[in-house]
Design a protein around this ligand. Structure first.
Ligand code: RIB
Ligand code: CA
Length: 325
């Protein structure tokens, strides 16, 4: 049976590729997509989520979520570089279709609660790939979702590095209080952080594989990688862009592609210089129970096989639909 997931996103080029992977892989049933302000403002990331969903022909329910973090001042361009990493639109690069669907009128937090409560226990997995504001709001709106969801597999954090600051990864720093609540709750959180996602780089050979699929979608994804690669090299001096968010979806699809270890993880919300750090204890130094799974090793070829397969499948589906139309 396919794994039913809710993707909570702030597209974002890597969020967009996470949506492509979730929509194209047969092991995933993408039930809903919810938006949260992060890489860009809420209107922009919501519009981007709808455009990408239209591009891949997704039937997922889409709802917009939190416009601001729970407590902290919202990160803006001059604080971090999201605006320059994903562009003014949040998804600069190739032209995308206008949305073919209407937004669900519910707030994302309400939609998350309703979807989880309408399904059987342990059926729904939450896959956040942006700031965790919606997830924190949903667990306060209906605390029962904490025991009812199968798990939370999130892109965020890191145990040896940050990117928005030396200590903090962007998704966590954008709303540390929300992240602290999510990590502290009783559900199983799998942290797919920078230590893992920096292994998922789009090399020239990978881009060539994607281009060779030869469909409009593969061309679009290749152009996203070109744009993202350009900003990643200028902002972070990385030769190839890491496709962070798709790693969280890959973990849900095939745990052999994203290896994890047990650890205690807690989010720093008081530190002046370490605000937003995901403090990760693999050794039991704090004497706290190992409450989370932390992604450590990527199967590089297996990861990109999943991406290429998803793009190919969507292309075949859309070709069939256009011939039968
Ligand atoms: O730090 C990487 C994360 O921040 C990714 O989710 C990217 O989309 C941005 O949201
Ligand atoms: Ca993201």
């Amino acid at each position: 049976m396919p794994r039913k997931i809710i993707l909570d996103v702030d597209p974002g080029h890597d969020d967009a590729i996470a949506i492509v992977l979730a929509e194209g892989n047969p092991e995933i049933d993408l039930v809903a997509i919810t938006s949260v302000a992060g890489n860009q403002t809420l209107p922009k990331v919501t519009y981007n989520a709808m455009r990408v969903a239209t591009l891949v022909g997704s039937q997922a329910t889409i709802a917009r979520g939190a416009e601001f973090p729970l407590m902290r001042k919202q990160l803006t361009d001059h604080d971090i570089i999201a605006g320059s990493v994903h562009g003014v639109s949040g998804l600069d690069g190739p032209v995308l279709p206008e949305p073919s669907m209407e937004l669900d009128p519910r707030h994302a937090a309400q939609l998350i609660v309703d979807v989880v409560m309408e399904h059987e226990p342990q059926e729904i997995t939450l896959v956040p790939t942006g700031p965790l504001t919606n997830i924190a709001l949903a667990m306060r709106l209906e605390p029962k979702i904490v025991e009812r969801v199968r798990g939370v597999v999130l892109m965020g954090g890191g145990y040896t590095q940050g990117n928005a600051t030396p200590a903090a990864e962007f998704n966590i720093l954008a709303d540390p209080e929300a992240a602290a609540a999510v990590f502290a709750a009783e559900w199983q959180v799998t942290m797919v952080g920078l230590d893992l996602t920096h292994q998922a780089v789009a090399t020239p050979e990978v881009k060539e594989r994607i281009r060779a699929i030869g469909t409009p979608l593969s061309q679009t994804v290749a152009e996203w990688l070109d744009f993202f690669g350009g900003t990643y090299s200028s902002v972070w001096k990385m030769p190839y862009p890491p496709i962070h968010d798709a790693c969280a979806v890959a973990r849900v699809i095939n745990p052999d592609v994203v290896h994890v270890e047990e650890a205690f993880v807690v989010v720093e919300t008081q530190g002046k210089w370490t605000y937003g750090e995901t403090v990760t204890d693999f050794l039991g130094a704090f004497g706290e129970p190992f409450n989370n799974l932390v992604a450590t090793k990527l199967h590089f070829e297996g990861f990109w096989d999943l991406i290429v397969d998803a793009i190919t499948r969507i292309g075949e589906r859309q070709a069939q639909q256009s011939t039968s139309a």
